[in-house]
Design a protein around this ligand. Structure first.
Ligand SMILES: Nc1nc2c(c(=O)[nH]1)N[C@H]1C(S)=C(S)[C@@H](COP(=O)(O)OP(=O)(O)OC[C@H]3O[C@@H](n4cnc5c(=O)[nH]c(N)nc54)[C@H](O)[C@@H]3O)O[C@H]1N2
Ligand SMILES: Nc1nc2c(c(=O)[nH]1)N[C@H]1C(S)=C(S)[C@@H](COP(=O)(O)OP(=O)(O)OC[C@H]3O[C@@H](n4cnc5c(=O)[nH]c(N)nc54)[C@H](O)[C@@H]3O)O[C@H]1N2
Ligand code: SF4
Ligand SMILES: [Mo]
Length: 725
């Protein structure tokens, strides 16, 4: 037995792991959290600890598969699959133009630095604008906000140096979602340490979440009421004069207009509409803006998935702007970056560009592009609607859009209608089941990696790590990046990987690609590689530089016409509008939540997941269940304005009365829509796209969905998970 050091890349937790391996067979025997890891100090969740099964379990694909005319799959050598894919792509691009080829970056793609940059290189070489990712079915409200409000170039206050923090619809103790401001490396430990040094915490969430247990004030709002609630907080802060006047005078425009548009959002109106206590609302505003001096409001998916998500996110970030919660000129930069190219950090506003208003618009719903991407909320339509610019081929890396997009039936129809669907996926996902080719990739323990993505915000100190591949991959799998390189080579395209022209005759190694990515790093790769647990490096201290003269005129835009317009609409509308759909009022509002056992659509087929969470139940407040005559494990019908599903209900006192919550991503690819079966409930069967989405980015309304729950008069005997798994 040999113990090998690495870190987990299933989510942004980047947990340091000790992996016991049998050196003869390279089989993973046991995994533990690494207590000596400088960033994560022993933390690891069940998925990381069971990653041996992910790599070595029976559901993993170990050979490339090609769909046969009768719909079955047959193994095919990788080189043959690549030859045939390249030939078909060449034909499609020749006949219909580059935009006919689309790419989709799924969540697991983002954990893979070399794949990420190689796909970018491939996209540039092909010249397609049909670039999609999960961001636009996730938190693209944050992109809209950057592009409409503006961005402070020096970043925001750091968790480690703050005295107050507000989590809005964000449950990092389960999701371990980093990159949003909170440092998600051993999140429990960091939250405890912050509380111990006196940090005050506000949580805005319809559930009494694991994170809410740390809260000094928990605003347990009705799902979907973040715009109203945050407008209320802003109104209090501005009326009391708790904002940072100096910062606003120098860097902000539209403060007075915003202030007047906020007038209807009185404490009384907000507390009634959002269903929160009036005193708690005032206490939250005071804690954040009057008593707190440093620290920010950060959101997760909660507000970004409900109706008016772009407004909600704009207002949340406006809290940080009016309170000036940003590093200033002369402040020490906490992490100047060890691995990425050095860049000065400046105290200046990057002006909003409203980029989605210029350039190409989608053929349906007239949505613009953002950050170089098209909107995934209309991916199915872009495939299905004939005409100029129709998508005919799609390459997906590390994603499973069939179970992630709204209107699942339409998503399946779209995948089935493609001339060519290629999935880079280690499992036969609900999307891969419709593919023409499935290329199984190496999995995390089988490839070297560095935590490059967002390193400066993800790590509170100058930390770097390089992990070797710690086990050998099965013979028939390929590196994700190799697929893009090999297709380009066959299509006669020259790739520029992060600005470096690649040899298109001989493939590079993954090590060489990582070397390219860190070629301008502050610390040489050879030095980083000497510390297999990773290391916090002593760097020359760096300070925030003054803003450039040409940026002096830039201002955060607090009151663009569309923001003010939406605030007026909210103030004028039925305060219960989020319970209504298609002319009817519903009894409950459904929202999404995450489970420690699975990631989105992934891993629920594994033994460890099935033992802990055999299906995705509908969690309800026990009081609501009693009223409806429902007991734990009963079957019920979950009905929205767009369809119904059979679910299993489970009590969960952390759910707000009048709310229900469920995990997304479940359900098989066939027609089965039965939550009492092992495959779980495909919740996006009853969540529409189209008109029920945001105007700017087509973001679906996955949360605050109006639903009814009707007892089915039947109890399910099979085991269902406890509420707090
Ligand atoms: N274990 C695990 N980890 C994951 C994932 C997973 O599936 N499993 N998924 C990964 C992905 S892709 C992402 S994007 C991140 C997401 O990371 P998070 O956003 O932290 O995800 P959740 O844990 O679902 O937390 C969202 C919270 O929003 C609340 N909420 C729901 N509706 C509303 C609302 O209308 N208003 C407010 N204020 N709150 C609301 C929910 O109750 C929930 O507590 O997690 C990542 N990490
Ligand atoms: N109703 C509702 N719908 C939602 C959400 C919600 O909260 N509610 N959340 C949305 C969000 S935030 C997101 S991000 C999307 C998620 O959308 P997706 O990214 O499409 O879903 P995932 O399940 O994360 O997809 C991961 C895929 O990668 C594969 N995979 C696993 N390991 C590897 C690997 O090592 N390499 C490669 N190449 N592939 C691997 C898995 O088998 C799986 O098919 O769903 C969205 N949909
Ligand atoms: S929290 Fe779990 S899934 Fe995320 S990196 Fe750590 S062990 Fe992996
Ligand atoms: Mo996500």
């Amino acid at each position: 037995m040999e113990t090998r050091l690495t870190y987990c890349r299933l989510c942004s937790g980047r947990c340091g792991l000790l992996v016991d391996v049998d050196p003869q067979s390279d089989r993973v025997l046991r995994i533990r959290g690494d207590h000596e890891h400088p960033m994560t100090a022993g933390y690891a969740c069940i998925k990381g600890l069971e990653a041996g099964e992910l790599h070595q379990g029976p559901s993993r694909l170990r050979q490339a598969l090609e769909r046969q005319p009768d719909g079955t799959f047959r193994p095919v050598p990788v080189a043959t699959a690549l030859d045939r894919i390249a030939a078909r792509l060449g034909g499609i691009i020749r006949d219909h133009g580059a935009d006919a080829l689309a790419t989709f970056r799924g969540t697991q793609h983002y954990m893979n630095s070399t794949a990420f940059h190689m796909l970018s290189a491939f996209i540039r070489a092909v010249g397609t604008r049909s670039r999609f990712s999960t961001m636009t079915i996730d938190q693209s409200a944050k992109w809209v906000t950057d592009l409409r409000l503006g961005v402070w170039a020096a970043g925001r206050n750091r968790f480690e140096e703050s005295d107050v923090w507000m989590f809005v619809g964000y449950n990092p103790l389960v999701s371990v979602l980093g990159n949003n401001g909170f440092t998600c490396l051993n999140p429990n430990k960091r939250l405890k340490a912050a509380k111990a040094r006196g940090m005050k915490i506000v949580v805005v969430d319809p559930r009494r979440t694991e994170t809410a247990h740390f809260a000094d004030v928990h605003l347990q709002l009705r799902p979907g009421e973040d715009p109203t609630l945050v407008a209320g907080l802003l109104r209090i802060i501005l009326a009391e004069g708790w904002h940072d006047r100096e910062f606003c005078a120098a860097h902000v425009s539209g403060l007075d207009e915003l202030k007047s548009a906020l007038q209807p959002f009185t404490v009384d109106y907000v507390s009634r509409r959002a269903g929160v206590d009036a005193d708690a609302l005032q206490a939250a505003a005071r804690l954040f803006a009057a008593e707190g001096t440093r620290g920010i409001a950060v959101s997760g998916t909660g507000p970004d998935m409900a109706p008016r998500s772009n407004l909600a996110e704009q207002l949340i970030e406006t809290l940080n702007v009016v309170c000036g919660r940003f590093p200033r000129e002369g402040d020490r930069v906490a992490n100047p970056g060890v691995m990425s190219k050095p860049r000065p950090v400046r105290a200046e506003v990057l002006a909003p560009t409203r980029a989605w208003e210029q350039g190409r618009k989608s053929r349906v719903r007239n949505l613009g592009m953002m950050m170089g991407e098209k909107m995934s909320g209309v991916l199915a339509e872009e495939i299905l609607v004939p005409g100029e610019g129709q998508i005919r081929a799609l390459i997906i890396d590390g994603g499973n859009p069939v179970n992630a997009l709204p209107d699942r039936a339409r998503a399946i129809e779209a995948m089935q209608s493609l001339e060519l669907l290629v999935c880079i996926d280690p499992y036969l996902s609900e999307t891969a089941q419709h593919a023409h080719y499935i290329l199984p990739p190496t999995m995390m323990f089988e490839r070297p990696e560095m935590p490059l993505l967002f390193e400066k915000t993800a790590f509170p100190e100058p930390f770097a790590q390089y992990t070797e591949a710690i086990i050998a991959p099965p013979e028939g799998v390929v590196e994700d990046w190799y697929v893009f390189w090999a297709l380009a080579a066959r299509m006669g395209l020259q790739l520029e990987f992060d600005g470096v022209a690649l040899d298109m005759a001989v493939p590079p190694t993954t090590e060489q690609l990582l070397e390219i990515l860190v070629r301008e790093a502050r610390v040489p790769l050879t030095e980083i590689r000497r510390h297999s647990r990773g290391k916090v490096f002593e760097l020359e201290p760096e300070f925030v530089a003054p803003g450039r003269p040409e940026r002096q005129g830039n201002r955060f835009q607090l009151a663009p016409a569309d923001v003010i317009g939406e605030l007026r609409e909210i103030a004028a509308e039925d305060p219960d509008i989020n319970s209504c759909r298609a002319g009817r009022k519903f009894a409950f509002r459904l929202s999404s939540r995450r489970s420690r056992t699975v990631i989105n659509t992934s891993y629920r087929q594994t033994d460890f997941a099935r033992r802990r969470m055999p299906t995705n139940p509908l969690w309800m407040n026990p009081e609501d269940m009693r009223r409806l005559g429902l007991a734990a494990g009963d079957a019920a019908t979950l009905r929205s304005a767009h369809g119904e599903l059979r679910v299993v209900v489970e009590p969960d006192a952390s759910v707000r009365p009048g709310g229900v919550s469920i995990c997304h991503g479940w359900g098989g690819s066939g027609g089965a829509v039965d939550g009492t079966a092992d495959i779980g409930v495909p919740i996006n069967d009853i969540i529409p796209a189209g008109d029920y989405a945001e105007a700017i980015n087509g973001m679906p309304w996955f949360s605050a969905v109006p639903v009814d729950v009707v007892a089915a008069g039947e109890s399910i005997t099979r085991p269902v998970p406890a509420a707090q798994e």
